[in-house]
Design a protein around this ligand. Structure first.
Ligand code: 2AM
Ligand code: CA
Length: 255
């Protein structure tokens, strides 16, 4: 594995300490565009710290971060795509279900993914073609079929016009699956697919920083990640997502 992974892991772990150490009452919430789209001073602070340290590692890289830091994706060279706190709503409500996500694209394709859930000290990493790992142990998607499996869902609550379709899609899956869960962090949902804790995850609309790292971890763990229409994921604009253990054709459960 590229030693860049160890260096990125160390940067992420240091930045993540403040997520679990903050005093809930110090959180200041601002609203962004859309319904329920919030940001705290910690999202911005952690993004600035991550950016400073990651660009020391790769000064020639471009940087894209959820909190208003939108560089270009380099067609040739490195581009970081970072979500400083994925699951901001969970973070603001002390639900202990958030993660830091750092993707490093090489020539506009995912090359390294690092996702860290500091609440339970779970560090998921992957490098293109080199497999996926959880705290150093190799991981694989499950081999369960949907009827004995768990569906993870995002219901894109931020986009009122998608709510009905999200719930109908969840119903289509939930009528077959053994059960469903909703963690409120695309990164945590994707990493749970990668290590075989659940079988399929869908969300009607996510931003590239929500999935750029987690999708590589799922793919390197033997899973499949596409848009809900089967097309390749995009990194320059938001898209829907269907991530699975690739054990069956899950498209048949979609609208
Ligand atoms: P965030 O917490 O970093 O914003 C939950 O459904 C998932 O949706 C989370 O990963 C959340 O990321 C993401 N998400 C995507 N678009 C969002 C939006 N407009 N508002 C809030 N969360 C959004
Ligand atoms: Ca975020």
């Amino acid at each position: 594995m590229d030693e860049l992974i160890d260096e990125i892991e160390n940067i992420v772990k240091v930045c993540a300490k403040q997520i679990i150490n903050i005093k809930q009452e110090t959180i200041k919430i601002d609203n962004k565009e859309g319904v329920g789209n919030i940001v705290t001073q910690y999202d911005k602070k952690i993004q600035e710290e991550l950016k400073a340290e990651l660009l020391k590692l790769l000064p020639e890289a471009n940087f894209i971060g959820e909190e208003n830091d939108y560089g270009e994706i380099l067609e040739t060279g490195y581009t970081f795509i970072v979500d400083p706190i994925d699951g901001t709503t969970n973070f603001s409500r002390n639900l202990s279900l958030s993660a830091i996500s750092v993707a490093l694209l090489k020539d506009a394709e995912p090359y390294i993914g690092v996702c860290y859930n500091p609440y339970i000290d779970e560090m998921f990493v992957a490098q293109k073609g080199k497999g996926a790992y959880l705290n150093g142990e190799s991981i694989n998607v499950s081999n369960k079929k949907l009827h004995e499996g768990i569906v993870l869902t995002g219901n894109a609550p931020y986009y009122a016009d998608m709510r009905e379709k999200s719930l109908i899609t969840l119903k289509n899956f939930a009528q077959i699956a053994s059960d469903f869960r909703r963690f409120g962090s695309a990164v945590i949902e994707l990493c749970n697919i990668a290590c075989g804790r659940a079988e399929v995850y869908f969300e009607l609309k996510l931003q590239p920083w929500d999935y750029a790292a987690g999708m590589l971890i799922v793919e390197e763990a033997g899973g499949k990640v596409t848009q809900m229409n089967g097309e390749k994921m995009t990194f320059d604009k938001p898209t829907s997502i269907l991530a699975s253990n690739n054990v069956e054709d899950y498209f048949k459960y979609l609208q």
